[in-house]
Design a binder for this molecule. Structure first.
Ligand code: S6P
Ligand code: ZN
Length: 194
């Protein structure tokens, strides 16, 4: 490695309440129209989209080279809301490099981490402020906001992990999270087939 390849150590400020990372970060957003086929109730999706296209979540990422040996750091701000009785959620993905892990630390709000493996494994883990959840290699991951305020979490993962949304866009996750009679319930996804 030449001297010019050597990065300088750096610090960034993260607002632990709203998840905003100050400094040279990348930011991207997802709206309901970006994932309209991922919610159970397609009629509810169309009804909402007839009048507005709500912002579901924002992601801030600290820019480092997306290379092996580097660590990517990001925050996700997943807004509260529902489509029908299904809570707002992230799209969810496998890492393109399946043998890469990720850690999430919940900063504020509350929700769930949904996970799955390609051979049918699945889990649902609660996330509350201060709780860390570990996503081992080979597990796809999606988060769900089950509260009534923004659900904010910090994530760290390998620089060369990449994202693979393909199969999730088609089959979803084995579990879904709904509100039923004012309660949050984890249900089997009736549309899910391996
Ligand atoms: C990246 C990490 C998160 C998600 C973010 C949005 O590996 O897991 O930063 O990108 O929570 O979720 P998604 O599924 O739309 O990328
Ligand atoms: Zn990830």
């Amino acid at each position: 490695m030449s001297d010019s390849d050597l990065m300088d150590p750096f610090g960034r400020d993260i607002d632990l309440e709203n998840g905003i990372i100050e400094g040279a970060s990348e930011k991207w957003t997802r709206y309901l129209s970006d994932m309209k086929n991922m919610y159970q109730n397609r009629e509810a999706v169309e009804e909402i989209l007839d009048s507005e296209d709500p912002l579901l979540y924002e992601v801030y990422e600290i820019s480092v080279p997306k290379e092996s040996g580097q660590l990517l750091h990001c925050t996700t701000i997943l807004y509260p809301g529902k489509v029908g009785n299904e809570y707002y959620m992230t799209k969810g993905h496998y890492h393109e490099r399946r043998d890469t892990a990720e850690s999430y630390l919940c900063l504020s709000g509350r929700g769930y981490l949904l996970t799955q493996t390609e051979d049918g494994g699945s889990d649902a883990l609660r996330m509350v402020p201060g709780r860390l959840v570990y996503i081992p290699p080979y597990w796809a991951h999606r988060t769900v906001n089950t509260g009534d305020e923004p659900f904010v979490f910090f994530g760290v993962y390998p620089g060369d992990a990449g994202h693979d949304y393909g199969s999730i866009e088609e089959i979803g996750f084995p579990k879904i999270i709904l509100e039923e009679d004012g309660e949050t319930v984890v249900r089997k996804n009736p549309d899910y087939e391996v």
